[in-house]
Write a protein that binds this ligand. Structure first.
Ligand code: PLP
Length: 417
């Protein structure tokens, strides 16, 4: 990512325009205007995305890759155009490197079962980090159980940043894959992905990146990063739920066996032998989430219309504002203070359980996450059962942060802390 000074200065007037694109931001919650700060869990959808889903069902609905009739051709064209758009968005070399899946979780499981499992032997090692979401832990634990491989975990320091020396040290002759997050959902730490990939490739080890958070907050260029796999979910980047993406180098996809069997992933079937379809369709058994893929394309168009660097600059400015304002609240401790950080404010308040904070904030119309954020090992690392997490998106404002601070004041009043 470029240094902030080189990015365009965000024009705060634009935020009001952007907000107007998100109908749900007009909702009231417990009689208050909605302050939505749970973007790490899922983002809200602009009208363009809602419209794209709606328009698809009104004008184009048919199954893809099958019919000779007009609607089926329309649906297929739009579905495949969305794939090409996604390839451009992350700078993949070819649309065939984009596999549609349900989300990050399914993408990682696909790589675990179709890439890793068939070639991993007892005693082999898979390298992950201590800041991973359960989606980037459990699929590897399953593969380890299935193959007799071992999971190695790169530690993080007290700020929540990856221990880069330990990363280098943890490689062995038996390391077969590195799987790491690009942007940690419970901490906000940005991993040095280019360095991670270079370190692994120097030893001939491929790298999967969990981009579930990064895709909405950082410019992502899979060729510049040089990763082998990149996974993300549509719903965290202003698109619908139930659609996501696995990017993989074409050569890897070619070599991998299919993941699920069924319609669309075959070229010909007899009871003796089935010939599989070409990539990426070899990995897309069954009727896909056609409307979801098209609407994800619309979401990425929307992001492009503002520009990821403009969004990142806006969110970084808000993150700095919020960090300074929260820092001075007595009894508040941040969990996750890495130097390279984006979009996430995770914290605990002395003497108040995170769930109570979340509930009181909700009564004031403020939506935050309270819990372990599907990253229980991170909570264990920092010795807390749960944190409160406020997570930003392009439509958040200084007023949202001010409301959060006022809400936290109410919490402290109620609990007398
Ligand atoms: C949300 C998230 C996931 C899981 O995404 P799903 O959409 O639930 O599959 C994985 N990793 C990270 C870092 C996340 O934030």
């Amino acid at each position: 990512m470029k240094p902030i000074e080189q990015m365009q200065t965000p024009d705060p007037r634009n935020v009001e325009h952007w907000r107007a694109d998100f109908p749900i931001l007009g909702e009231r919650v417990h009689g208050r205007p909605l302050v939505y700060l749970d973007n790490g869990a899922t983002t809200q959808k602009p009208a363009a995305v809602i419209y794209a889903e709606n328009a698809y069902y009104r004008h184009s609905n048919a199954n893809v890759h099958r019919g000779v009739h007009l609607l089926s051709q329309r649906a297929t064209d739009s579905f495949e155009a969305a794939r090409a758009k996604i390839a451009r968005f992350i700078n993949a070399q070819r649309p065939e490197e984009i596999v549609f899946v349900r989300g990050t979780t399914e993408a990682i499981n696909l790589v675990a079962q179709s890439y890793a499992r068939p070639q991993i032997k007892p005693g082999d090692e898979i390298l992950i980090s201590a800041m991973e979401h359960h989606s980037n832990i459990v699929p590897w634990q399953l593969v380890c159980e299935q193959t007799g491989a071992a999971l190695k975990v790169v530690p993080i320091d007290d700020t929540g940043a990856l221990d880069a020396d330990a990363y280098e040290r943890l490689f062995s002759e038996r390391t077969r894959l590195v799987a790491m997050t690009h942007l940690a959902n419970a901490l906000g730490s940005i991993n040095p992905v280019e360095r991670i990939v270079a370190g692994a490739h120097a030893r001939g080890v491929p790298v999967l990146l969990d981009g579930a958070q990064a895709i909405a907050h950082l410019p992502v260029d899979v060729r510049a990063i040089d990763c082998d796999f990149y996974a993300f979910s549509g719903h965290k980047v202003y698109g619908p739920t139930g659609i996501g993406v696995l990017y993989a180098r074409a050569a890897l996809l070619e070599a991998m066996p299919p993941w699920q069997g069924g319609g669309d992933m075959i070229r010909s079937v007899t009871f003796e032998k089935t010939e599989y379809n070409e990539i990426p369709w070899k990995f897309e058994a069954g009727t896909p989430n056609i409307a979801g893929a098209i609407a994800l394309g619309a979401a990425l168009d929307y992001v492009d219309s503002i520009g990821m660097e403009v969004i990142a600059a806006h969110e970084n400015e808000l993150l700095a504002y919020a960090t300074d304002a929260l820092r001075v609240i007595p009894g508040l401790r941040f969990i996750g203070t890495a130097r390279d950080k984006a979009s996430i404010l995770s914290f605990v308040l002395d003497g108040v359980h995170a769930h109570d904070v979340g509930t009181i904030l909700d009564h004031h119309g403020i939506a935050v996450r309270a819990g372990h954020h599907c990253a229980m090992p991170v909570m264990q690392r920092f010795g807390v059962p749960a944190t409160v997490r406020a997570s930003l998106a392009l439509y958040n404002t200084h007023q949202d942060i001010d409301a959060l601070i006022e809400g936290l004041g109410k919490v402290r009043e109620i609990f007398g802390t």
